[in-house]
Design a protein around this ligand. Structure first.
Ligand code: ARG
Ligand code: ZN
Length: 898
């Protein structure tokens, strides 16, 4: 299981360690550049293990300064130490022994942000997946669980706060200007859940009384002065704790739960036992500086990390191949939480949009991998949308197949049976198989087969016989390393609608399992026959997106319009609108590709969307406007309807020979068309959805803002005049409205005085606030068109651009690469070369960040040939560079393979 640089790790090679780690005592003497770490480990040889096997410990860039065996300096002949490995030989066959290791590390120089590092003067750690080995030599793998005591010694003035996992044991002065603190975590844990924080931070405190009446101290630490901005996070934490008790019966298990917000963090947050460390972007919020989306993210991520206490910490993963066991399940749990706190249907639509935009793209390209991969070269590259989001979908399908009661029984069994274990996906699935007495072996293919299944649907109705037949065929496309696929178990929620939009019930059904409103597709081809159907039904299939598949179902506009206006499932209504829009957009993009490119964005391009298929465009506009104007529907849903498929959605639907400029023109043309047709309605909505009440981040208020702002976007485009957006910018009294107005101004009228004035105003107004300035960088990075690259380069020399801060790099370079299709994919390939240069520079400092940014090019093969060639050349430049990190090498090699 050891990961040597560049080596492939295989699931099939898993075996337990030769030694059991009984306990861990760590003593840190913190210093910005020379931190001393003393590690005392008590081991015994596992029963049945080879009595002569050496103890092999992982390291990463470590300097060993002393090594003791049972308190005595060890003979140099008995061990070998390199920066990456410590091997100790001639160890006892049975009785316990103690190894004491001293290492010297440099937190200040740790720019990878893995292990112990400094962020704005704060000492903090990130150990998942393999960061602990950058602190000390250790069996750094998730199946080695142990009990930790941690002593921290540091300068008292600079570090009044000394934190680690578990419960506080005590503290005292410690010589000249120093002090120490001791922590003990009674829950056995793997090293990736270790955390240490030291520094000077402000505190927000509260308490929570658990189900069984225990009082838990809640503490959120943020930079001094930012305490008021942590109150929403605290509220979200308390709601999460309550929800996990109510819905999953899970209670918190320590006397204290701490969250620390830091400004330099590679990911969103980390679930270290009792001491979560967060990217401050997902903690800090107030109406003036955070958008509704920021609030929703904070709520979701606070919940996610808290929920890991059971799904991840109490039950952890046997090895990193099982990552989805904790991540997919915990995402499923945080989705359910958000759905309960907000609108379930709107939450589902947002989830599916995200899943398709990210996971479907990953699953259809060179980086496709199963939810539970079987090999990896760099585990950091597997914190993917497939493991997280598809992993959550797979959990959701178990719930759909079993129904709520059996799903709950299966979860209860999992918690009871595996508490304290390092478990596997098989362990998890077995619990559901057992309670439901269902054979879930075919279902388990969802964990092992990569690729998004394609399901082709056709229907026929025989009026004489009252028989409705549904033919289904599934094809799982080949993916890297998996040329041939087996048919999967695909649970499709469905309904039949009458011409009036009312539900139609069948007298009987043959051809496969149909339980309640779930149709189980298990064969490659399967025909379901519904009898006793009095009129031609309209099939609403994959309601609620019950299975993460691509449906190929040519429903005519009238049927889609019926579903859009009448289905009982809100998700399906949204989906039907999207299905009406996509063919119009795709056809228009195909037609305007190439030729119109030369003429630029003129009125010619605008009529293209309509010219492509007038009837479909009319049906779409009509359905869309009637939904958007329907006051009986919640505003957040109407806003989702107005959002239209994105440029990336259109690209995915087209699948190949992508010309991002043509897609952009096609979409803009449709937006203009809808804007014209809905002018009056949009005007009314901008007025009607406005509110004089003080800002509140609740879902209903956020929904009204979303609808108002979406309508405003259309109005401004219809008028081709920035004035209305400028007015909205001046009037805005919260960040949601302000940043939306700024976005409209800057995106559609970038060179106007109004846009420049707003940008200047925004920059000055929020000069001291890094998280808000990220928005300022990001909105400019996303301005479409060939001018984007020059803008990015100029912004990189802005004094506010800090290449060491991942949030800032993602705001500027990440927004450009991921959210600006026309700018990034400019036809001359200049942005690809720029990206290659940046990746190589960032890789020197922070490989994880570089590898993540590089995945922005994962769709390169779908591009039209000229762009694809240029993208490939840029990727080859990266591949040929010397001194690449394992992270970047792994991604670039996979992207170029085949
Ligand atoms: N477990 C964290 C979460 O809650 C993510 C940590 C990922 N860290 C990494 N270095 N890849 O999702
Ligand atoms: Zn997680």
């Amino acid at each position: 299981m050891r990961t040597e640089t560049g080596q492939v790790v295989s699931l099939a090679d898993y075996r337990p360690t030769d030694f059991v780690l009984e306990r861990v005592d760590l003593t840190f003497e913190l210093d910005p550049t020379e931190t001393k770490v003393e590690t005392r480990l008590i081991f015994h040889r596992r029963e049945g293990a080879d009595p002569t096997a050496p103890l092999v410990l992982d390291g990463d860039e470590l300097v060993l300064t002393s090594l003791l065996f049972d308190q005595i300096e060890i003979d140099p002949g008995r061990y070998t130490a390199t920066p990456n490995l410590l091997t100790i030989r001639d160890l006892p066959a049975a009785e316990p022994f103690e190894i004491t290791i001293t290492t010297l590390i440099n937190p200040e120089a740790n720019t990878q942000l893995m292990g112990l590092y400094r962020s704005n003067g704060i000492y903090c750690t990130q150990c998942e997946a393999e960061g602990f080995r950058r602190i000390t030599y250790f069996p750094d793998r998730p199946d080695v669980l142990s009990v930790y005591t941690v002593n921290i010694i540091a300068d008292k003035a600079a570090n009044p706060l000394l934190l680690s996992n578990g419960n506080f044991l005590g503290g005292a002065g410690y010589g000249e200007g120093k002090h120490f603190a001791a922590w003990f975590d009674p829950h056995p844990k793997p090293s990736y859940l270790f955390a240490l924080v030291a520094g000077d931070l402000g505190l927000v405190e509260d308490t929570f009384t658990t189900l069984s009446g225990r009082e838990v101290a809640l503490k959120i630490y943020v930079e001094h002065g930012k305490e008021p901005r942590a109150s929403y996070a605290m509220d979200a934490l308390k709601r999460s704790m309550k929800w996990d008790e109510d819905v999953f019966g899970r209670e918190y298990d320590l006397d204290i739960f701490m969250i620390v917000a830091v400004s330099d963090f590679n990911m969103g947050a980390m679930e270290n036992k009792g001491l979560n460390v967060f990217n401050d972007k997902y903690v800090l919020a107030d109406p003036e500086t955070a958008t509704d989306a920021d609030y929703a993210n904070i709520e979701a991520i606070i919940a996610h990390e808290y929920f890991h206490n059971w799904t991840g910490n109490r039950i952890t993963c046997r090895d990193w191949f099982q990552l989805c066991l904790k991540e997919g399940l915990t995402v499923y749990r945080d989705h359910q939480f958000s759905a309960d706190q907000r609108s379930r249907a709107v939450k589902r639509i947002a989830e599916v949009r995200h899943l398709r935009a990210e996971q479907f793209v990953e699953d259809s390209g060179p980086l496709a991998h199963p939810v539970r991969p079987n090999t990896y070269k760099e585990i950091n590259n597997f914190y993917t949308t497939t493991v997280y989001e598809k992993g959550s979908e797979v959990t959701g399908m178990i719930a759909t197949i079993l129904g709520p009661d059996l799903f709950k029984a299966g979860m209860d069994l999992y918690f009871e049976r595996h508490d304290g274990d390092a478990a596997t996906v098989e362990d998890f699935v077995a619990c559901f198989a057992e309670v439901s007495k269902r054979d879930l072996s075919q279902f388990s293919l969802w964990y092992n087969q990569a690729g998004t299944p394609n399901v082709t649907v056709s229907c026929a109705y025989d009026v004489g016989a009252g028989l409705f037949t549904v033919d289904l065929e599934q094809v799982v496309p080949p993916t890297p390393g998996q040329p041939n696929k087996q048919p999967m178990h695909i649970p499709l929620r469905f309904g039949l609608l009458s011409a009036a939009g009312a539900p139609l019930a069948a007298a009987g059904v043959e051809g496969g399992e149909v339980s309640g409103d779930v149709l189980h597709l298990t064969e490659r081809r399967q025909t379901f026959r519904f009898s006793g159907i009095a009129e031609r039904p309209v099939l609403s299939l994959n309601r609620g997106f019950s299975a993460p598949v691509v449906l190929h179902f040519k429903q005519d506009s009238a049927d889609l319009a019926l579903i859009a206006s009448h289905d009982s499932d809100l998700f399906s209504r949204w989906q039907a609108l999207s299905d009406l829009a996509l063919p119009v957009l795709c056809e228009s993009a195909r037609q305007t590709g190439g030729k119109v490119a030369a003429k630029g964005r003129g009125t010619k391009a605008k009529s293209a969307a309509v010219a492509a298929d007038p009837a479909a465009a009319v049906a779409l506009t009509k359905s869309l406007l009637s939904i958007v104007g329907d006051d009986s529907l919640e505003p957040a849903f109407r806003a989702q309807a107005l959002a239209l498929p994105s440029e990336a959605d259109i690209a995915r639907e087209l699948g190949s020979n992508i010309d991002p400029d043509a897609i952009h023109r096609a979409r803009q043309a449709l937006v203009a068309e809808i804007a014209r047709a809905g002018l009056d309605l949009f005007g009314q909505l901008v007025e009607g959805m406005a509110s004089d009440a003080p800002y509140s981040p609740d879902a209903a208020s956020a929904g009204r803002r979303a609808l108002k702002n979406a309508a405003l976007g259309y109005l401004v485009q219809a008028a081709q005049d920035p004035a209305k957006a400028a007015e909205a910018y001046d009037k805005a009294d919260n960040m949601t409205d302000l940043s939306h107005a700024l976005g409209v101004l800057v995106t559609y009228f970038p060179e106007t005085e109004a846009a420049q004035a707003a940008l200047g105003n925004f920059q000055t107004r929020f000069a001291g606030n890094a998280l808000v300035l990220d928005k300022w960088f990001s909105v400019q990075a996303s301005i479409p068109g060939d001018g984007a690259l020059a803008r990015i380069k100029a912004l990189m020399s802005n004094p506010g651009f800090n290449p060491a801060n991942p949030n800032r790099v993602r705001a500027l370079i990440g927004s450009f690469a991921f959210s600006n299709p026309t700018g990034f994919h400019r036809a001359d390939g200049a942005a690809y070369d720029f990206m290659a240069e940046q990746i190589l520079l960032i890789d020197k400092r922070n490989p994880q960040l570089a590898a993540r940014l590089l995945t922005s090019m994962r769709t390169w093969r779908m591009l039209e040939p000229t762009r694809a060639e240029k993208a490939k050349a840029a990727l080859s430049t990266i591949e040929k560079s010397s001194g690449l990190s394992n992270d970047v090498r792994d991604i670039v090699e996979r992207m170029l393979k085949g």
